[in-house]
Ligand binder design. Structure first.
Ligand SMILES: [Zn+2]
Length: 308
């Protein structure tokens, strides 16, 4: 499994933009930007990491990939205007990737969104959005009548994706999906975003996947999930379902080592691990020389990959 793009290594320090700088950098929109909004793995709520979510800002529009817990607040903290939300892409229907899909739509509307948002993902996207709007129908109805807001339902366009291939394109971006391996989920997708100035690939959750490697060929940035197998049992030790959970985690994710092995040094400009356990993973990467091999950076929230 290889990428074959040769490019210069982006320095980690140059890629990390503090939050206040990010607020202006991302919104002023000099080019296509990737912002990592949530990098935690798994469905548990954590003190200092948010659920899986990324934003791509291009041409004044915001494209959100996955809606893990806290995505709307992470966007606000990153200086991203919720009213600029135009597209949402869900990689798969584990709750740590989609639990805030409905709340993000509603919160963007409550912030003043008046334009359409297209929501893309595997089935049952239509049902999930319809059910969420039913769940919040009372509040939505009250605010439409009492506060004079535009109706929310007509703004939301849901699209179900049934496999890999072209997804959508507009003046700023072309989006392509690939099926990845994440059992027992029926359909899990990675997405590639090709803008005029850069190409960005988001893996979602996956075991090592040749389709993902093909999708990421010549891309500038790959955000890839990773875990550390020999730490999984230890980290889940206190949970009553630890045995089943450990088996599940090991079965349908990629180890940091597998991800590191799958790419040549200096192959793609910048690959970012979206990981569950940052100090451990960073230590692991350093010990194994993966950071020094070039272009691999541990992901953390609000990291704006401006130099990748
Ligand atoms: Zn998953």
């Amino acid at each position: 499994m290889q990428w074959d793009r040769r490019s210069t290594l982006a320095a980690l320090a140059a890629a990390a933009v503090p939050i206040p700088a990010l607020a202006s950098a991302a919104v002023e929109l000099g080019g296509t930007k990737l912002v990592l909004l949530g990098t935690a793995g798994g469905p548990r709520v954590r003190k200092n990491r948010s659920g899986s979510a990324q934003a791509i800002v291009s041409g004044g529009n915001i494209y959100v990939i996955d809606c893990g817990y806290g995505v709307a607040r992470q966007m606000v903290l990153a200086g991203l205007d919720l009213k600029r939300l135009r597209h949402i892409f869900i990689t798969h229907h584990h709750s740590d990737h989609d639990i805030d899909l409905g709340p993000l739509l509603q919160l963007a509307w409550l912030t003043g969104l008046t334009t359409a948002v297209d929501c893309w993902g595997p089935p049952p996207m239509h049902k999930m959005i319809a059910d969420y709007l039913k769940y919040e129908a009372y509040d939505i109805g009250v605010r439409q009548r009492d506060e004079g807001r535009v109706p929310l339902r007509p703004l939301i366009h849901s699209h179900e994706i049934h496999g890999g291939g072209p997804v959508m394109h507009n003046a700023q971006l072309r989006v392509t999906a690939a099926r990845v391996i994440h059992p027992p989920i029926d359909l899990a997708l990675a997405y590639r975003f090709d803008a005029t100035d850069r190409s960005i690939v988001i893996s979602g959750d996956t075991r090592p996947s040749d389709e993902l490697i093909r999708l990421a060929k010549d891309a500038d940035v790959l955000v890839h999930e990773a875990m550390m197998p020999d730490r999984v049992s230890q980290l889940l030790r206190s949970l009553p379902n630890q045995r089943a959970l450990a088996r599940s985690v090991l079965w349908h994710h990629s180890s940091a080592e597998e991800v590191g092995r799958s790419r040549r040094p200096r192959a793609s400009r910048c690959s970012s691990f979206r990981i569950s356990f940052p100090p451990t993973i960073r230590m692991f990467l350093t010990t194994n020389g993966l950071l020094q091999r070039g272009g691999i950076i541990p992901a953390r929230s609000w990291l704006a990959a401006t130099s990748c």
